[in-house]
Design a protein around this ligand. Structure first.
Ligand SMILES: *Cc1c(COP(=O)(O)O)cnc(C)c1O
Length: 934
């Protein structure tokens, strides 16, 4: 069998059955009717013909062999680490963790929510602050979010952000990128030279330890900043914090950084989870996802996302951040690393790391080479006038990569994987023998407070215990390994095992993002091939895979538009038109790119209202920078007016941004770069099979036409004139082999077949459910694209049964709910994708129809409005088997509704969760075990 026939769920017979049901003689006929002529691309994609799974693995092995695994002692926020095998196999390589969706449905997400609560507890404990989120995209973006948080919350009102000149270079580059459009001015402060802080500033950023390795006492600077009404962010290394005073204890308001060195492979730059934590009083301004404790319908403790059902911080023009998909899978890994090692284990790893650094510093000094600082944790900067390049080359020739700071200085960073042999190699490159360790100059800043005191960090020392803890948590969750996740807008399709294979190979996993070019030829080849293939698929001229989420792709694309206008002297063009149905990240990204959001109305059919569009263009003609539209629309419809829309915006001098999150309805049938758009981002974690990871990782490549190519993001370390949106040149490079393998195995015909099947399954589901729930919008011929919206509003009005009730009742039937109330409140959006076979599609439709029958029973008064299987859903095993049962329907209907396999039932661990209760009583770290007693 071809891979395509493994990837595409419905086989030819099943497709024929579905086509008959919706009244089309063939898939071609369906696609001819569904995809508007004006956008249709009829030539085959110019991509290599499909390779088998075995051939693809063999090719990936060849590419991997062109990467050279060395010992990276480069540092700069990326460090060698041992991923405990039990975590690698049972989290990173386990579909019950990596195929889960973002935990918007908390009742079926208790496992990953607990893991994320552990993550938040780990971060708050180590940083000494009160509230941490889960999680950020990387250290650079976390620090940038800290900057805007400081600007919103500081007493001091100023344009100036003061930044420690010993900040990581990639962080500085992202800070500059993010500051410029917002009118923030970055002022560097050299702490070693005792430079004073600026006269006025709203925030101060400190790196702890600094990029040079220096551990400084920041007390006087922090006091001065607070005196001036500014907020202080400390970008801290979590491993160092096991030995050093916590940011919260030295007065920081915000801490930010990465958790990569807690067991997450380097992956040539990502994906890794960034972190962001704040002191008391700032928690309600914290962007990103916050997991909190609330209670369920029985009063039992239960976890859910706090303060937001959908992210508050990405609300339209009031947006404060565009973070949506984050790095959940990696945050889970980092938290489990802390669970497995515990506080003592982490401290031992830190001490070993530190001792190697002391030996290096002591030996260099004994050998007559001076080191820059006497207080450091893991990084030693040696002063070697004129010899730096030779020393780095000498170490490299023995397989150890050091950091060439400049012609006169070399930095060496130790980590968990450093051995005495590595230290010898390093010292040999400097031409000095191993001598006694230096005395530690950081002693006065030593940590005196406890951390990770919760029992979860002190219990799972044996591998048996750890394995069972991981299994216990994943058993609570519903992921693609259990059944379909029919999420509109999020394309939860197959994440094939062969696609995942290469991610954990050392040649991809163990490469430092700033490794010398000679070590990364395989990655460079893979990236340029993938970028070229994506350009062919989208019809654009240039692609960058740097953005590590869709939201960052949007920002990169809008910054390209901004750069283009400014390069032409069009400084006034800052209006971004956004249809009212847009995904929240669109407006948020526009705000971050320094644009003004002007909303364009949608008409009764859900299409962009062309009359309103003309009016808005006329009103903002000279200020028009761009329009951002999703295609097919967020309503799941192929709008026929798209070419006219593009033409109208271009005529007024604006650029057209097409949000490519819905590309699963276009691949092989239409190319945004050819039907009028100038720029798009794609979501590799939707259309191109990177698993959702429970809420990340993601990759959001930005694709542009030639005139915008000069404005794509650049390498954050060498950025120069260019901006950067992620801390590594190729962003989350470590997961790019997944999408590469997908394209390689599908080939041009397989990709088009997948699109056809996705449109077919959506129309089949729409046609089966139409008589039971109104389908809200449709395009030509009554067809939808790759998803459909079921309108619950008339039902809710007539019966009181809400979208929530239906979504939660689906859990009893063994399904993940569709997307709720987006893009239209009171509706459910279903995207079946091409990967679900007819049996699963019918099981879903049957469940929805059975639920409609239950709704009818409520409407008929057979069950009271407040006490029926819908209102009480989901039902736990505990509730159904309780000695008391006072409901007007039998237990069998509660637990085993129509069509549920009694031998393979998914039981949610908690009943419906009261989110509002938890928001009033905000608890965002692990509660004491007593909270779970009956
Ligand atoms: C998912 C999505 C995004 C955002 O992507 P993230 O990776 O979550 O940042 C943007 N637009 C649309 C239409 C989407 O569906």
């Amino acid at each position: 069998m071809t891979f395509a026939s493994r990837h595409i769920g419905p086989d030819p017979d099943e497709q024929a059955h579905m086509l008959k049901a919706i009244g089309f003689p063939s898939l071609d006929a369906l696609m001819d009717a569904a995809v508007p002529e004006v956008i249709r691309w009829t030539e085959a994609l110019d991509l290599p013909a499909a390779a088998s799974e075995e051939e693809t693995i063999a090719e990936l092995r060849e590419i991997a062999a062109r990467n050279v695994v060395a010992t990276p002692m480069i540092g700069l926020g990326y460090h060698g680490t041992h991923t405990p095998a039990v975590i690698k196999r049972n989290v990173l390589e386990n579909p019950s963790w990596y195929t889960a969706y973002t935990p918007y449905q908390p009742e079926i997400s208790q496992g990953r929510l607990e893991a994320l609560l552990n993550f938040q507890t780990m971060v708050t404990d180590l940083t000494g602050l009160t509230t941490a989120n889960a999680s950020m995209l990387d250290e650079g973006t976390a620090v940038a979010e800290a900057m805007t948080l400081a600007r919103r919350s500081a007493k001091a009102k100023s344009e100036v952000y003061a930044v420690d000149s010993d900040t990581l270079p990639q962080t500085l580059s992202i800070l500059r990128t993010r500051a410029e459009p917002l009118g923030i001015r970055i002022v560097l402060v050299d702490l070693d030279a005792g430079e004073p802080l600026p006269a006025e500033f709203f925030g101060l950023h400190l790196q702890y330890p600094g990029a040079s390795g220096a551990v400084r006492d920041h007390a006087s600077y922090i006091a001065a900043a607070h005196e001036a009404g500014a907020l202080v962010t400390v970008a801290a290394d979590l491993l160092a914090l096991t030995l050093l005073r916590a940011p919260g204890e030295i007065g920081a308001d915000i801490a930010a950084g990465t958790t990569q060195r807690f067991g997450v492979p380097l992956g040539f730059g990502g994906p890794h989870a960034g972190y962001l934590a704040v002191r008391a009083g700032l928690e309600r301004s914290l962007p990103g996802r916050l997991v909190g404790v609330s209670k369920d319908a029985d009063g039992a403790p239960a976890y859910r996302l706090a303060l937001q059902t959908r992210e508050q911080h990405i609300r339209r023009e009031k947006a404060t951040s565009n973070i949506c998909t984050a790095q959940v899978l990696l945050a889970v890994m980092a938290s489990m690393y802390a669970v497995y090692h515990g506080p003592d284990g982490l401290r031992r790893i830190a001490e070993r790391t530190h001792e190697h650094a002391l030996t290096i510093a002591g030996s260099l000094t004994a050998g007559g080479i001076s080191v820059l600082h006497d207080a450091f944790f893991d990084t030693v900067t040696a002063v070697v006038p004129g010899r730096a390049a030779d020393i780095v080359a000498a170490a490299a020739s023995h397989g150890v990569d050091l950091r060439l700071v400049d012609a006169d200085r070399v930095s060496v960073a130790t980590d968990e994987t450093t051995t005495a042999a590595h230290v010898e190699t390093v010292l040999a490159a400097f031409g000095v023998p191993v001598a006694a360790a230096a005395a530690c100059g950081a002693q006065p800043l030593g940590r005196t407070t406890d951390f990770l005191t919760h029992p979860v960090f002190r219990t799972h020392r044996s591998e048996t215990s750890m394995l069972r803890y991981l299994r216990k948590l994943s058993d609570r969750d519903y992921a693609l390994d259990r059944g379909m996740i029919p999420l509109g807008s999020c394309t939860m399709k197959l994440n094939a095992t062969t696609e995942m294979e290469a991610v954990t190979w050392p040649e991809f996993a163990d490469i430092h993002p700033y490794a010398p070019a000679a070590r990364t030829q395989g990655y460079e080849h893979l990236v340029s091939q993938l970028e070229a293939w994506l350009a062919e698929i989208t019809g654009y001229d240039a692609v960058s895979v740097q953005p590590n989420a869709g939201s960052q792709g949007e920002l990169a694309g809008l910054l390209a538009i901004r750069g283009y206008h400014r390069s032409r002297g069009d400084l006034e063009r800052n209006v971004c038109l956004i249809p009212s149905s847009a995904h929240g990240t669109n407006a948020a990204s526009a705000v971050m790119a320094g644009m003004r959001v002007v909303v364009v109305a949608c008409d009764a059919d859900g299409n962009v209202d062309m009359t309103d569009l003309s009016a808005k263009i006329a009103a903002h003609r000279d200020a028009l920078a761009a329009i951002m539209v999703t295609y097919p629309s967020t309503h799941g419809v192929y709008e026929t007016s798209i070419s006219d829309l593009c033409a109208a915006v271009h005529e007024a001098g604006g650029q057209v941004y097409v949000d490519g999150a819905n590309l699963n309805a276009l691949v092989g049938y239409a190319k945004p770069g050819k039907f009028g758009a100038d720029v798009s981002h794609l979501n590799l974690h939707k259309t191109f099979c990177i698993p959702h990871g429970g809420g990340g990782p993601g990759v959001g490549p930005v694709a542009v036409r030639a005139h915008l190519a000069d404005f794509l993001p650049g390498d954050p370390v060498l950025a120069g004139e260019h901006h950067a949106v992620s801390a590594a040149a190729h962003g989350s490079a470590g997961i790019l082999p997944i999408s590469w393998a997908y394209l390689r195995m599908m080939g041009p015909d397989g990709l088009a077949a997948a699109t056809g099947a996705a449109v077919l399954t959506a129309n089949y589901v729409a046609s089966r459910l139409r008589d039971h729930y109104p389908v809200l919008y449709a395009g030509a011929g009554g067809l939808v694209a790759h998803e459909c919206i079921l309108d619950l509003r008339p039902i809710t009005k007539a019966t009181g049964v809400s979208v929530d009730d239906v979504a939660k009742r689906l859990i009893d039937y063994g399904f993940h709910a569709p997307t709720m109330s987006f893009p239209v409140a009171g509706t459910l959006m279903v995207e079946p994708t091409e990967s679900e076979d007819l049996t699963e599609l019918d099981r879903f439709c049957d469940a929805m129809i059975a639920i409609k029958e239950e709704i009818d029973q409520v409407a008929a008064g057979e069950w009271p409005a407040g006490d029926n299987p819908l209102a009480n859903a989901p039902h736990t095993a505990a509730a159904v088997t309780a000695d008391e049962w006072n409901h007007p329907y039998p237990r069998s209907i509660a637990g085993f509704p129509k069509g549920v396999d009694r031998t393979a039932k998914y039981w949610p661990p908690v009943r419906r969760i009261d989110g509002a209760y938890g928001d009033r009583n905000l608890v965002c770290s692990c509660p004491a075990p007593e909270a779970f007693e009956d």
